[in-house]
Write a protein that binds this ligand. Sequence first.
Ligand code: SF4
Ligand code: SF4
Length: 416
Amino acid sequence: MTITRLSAQEVGAMGVDVGLPLLGCAPAHVFAEVLPVLTRYYTEGRASGFEHPVAHERVDPFTIFPQARTMIAVALPYRTAAGQAMERPAGARGFSSRYMWGEDYHRVLRDRLNALSVRLSEAVGRNVASVVCVDTSPLLDRAVAVLAGLGWIGKNTCLITSTHGSWVFLGALLVDVDVVASDGTAAAPPAPAALVGASAPARSAAPLTCLTPLMAPSVALSVMAPLALDQCGDCTLCLTACPTGALREPYILDSASCLSYITQASGHMPAEYRKPLGRRVWGCDTCQTVCPKNHVSLLAADPRLDPDEDTSYPDLMAILTMSNRAFMRRFGKTAGAWRGPTVWRRNALIALGNMRTHSALSAIIPYLTHERPELRGSAAWALRQIDAPGTRSAVAEALDRESDPDVRAEMLWAIE
Ligand code: SF4
Ligand code: SF4
């Protein structure tokens, strides 16, 4: 027998079965109310360049999947108990963002969303057509999550859930099946909602939230209740803690000056971001770490997202000395390897400079003659920070052979 529609509760239970504990549904529709703020984000030059460039396609699920009937949004918690218990190992260790501590979340989410699609097909008695959206899809994932009732947008522009804070990966499954509220009523059409800030998407008046039976009833009820958009109140901790001022004002992120982007962008790292980088080698968690909503969040239990100390707190000198093949062996399964080893080596050089690690000189100095100009320049910068006996003469010697004008400028500054 073919079933034409499912209840939100049924879909939520399937989510739990496939490892997606936070799940919400919203009728597929164009959420054009977000378009003005999204357009402003692009026209003000705050986009990093990693985003899909066409604003109206980011609010239109039918661009990706014309038959879409329902948007199923999921938030996968990734702050695990094992990660919380892990301590920074001794030595010259950097720091990578928590989102890459476990297995690449793209793979984990895709596997589980595909499994959910299979479960949906079994439930309705036909092959459900679906499209998986994880990060690389044009669809604005935070807006879909808010529309589906999974949480709200904080001043740090992250989606914040009531149970796991902002430590969640977002994904969506567009399906050609109608999902109705658990009492069987049809979903109301989405209503325009007021926007809080330029990066904060509006939410539909009719999310079909289907939180899981695994959660305490009080938690589920609080999420089912209507959510205020602005739950930050007077707090501005994320804005004051941001090391680069990328959070220009509440809800306004300048992605191009966010360390999360800066650590991934190739080429020379602009000089003004090198000191704020500290010992980070991939990503930045500061605006999430300081958030009080995250201090009370639940921990996840998900073995695929459990950390490994060598990827969470990477050995900086090892990054400089390991082969490309060894790099892929160590980091290839994480979400931080897609740019390859060069940006990691650049970031490790700068982090070692910031940490003034004298014992790293033998690993840094060979980079003065590396084939990549950004690594030669970063090595010179790091040596200037460490400023130990012999560092200036090593840079001066490299300068004699250097022809790249940008690297020469770095080296001249380093020996001034
Ligand atoms: Fe600022 Fe770091 Fe947050 Fe980016 S990730 S906005 S740099 S605190
Ligand atoms: Fe909101 Fe404060 Fe969290 Fe920033 S740190 S997102 S202002 S609650």
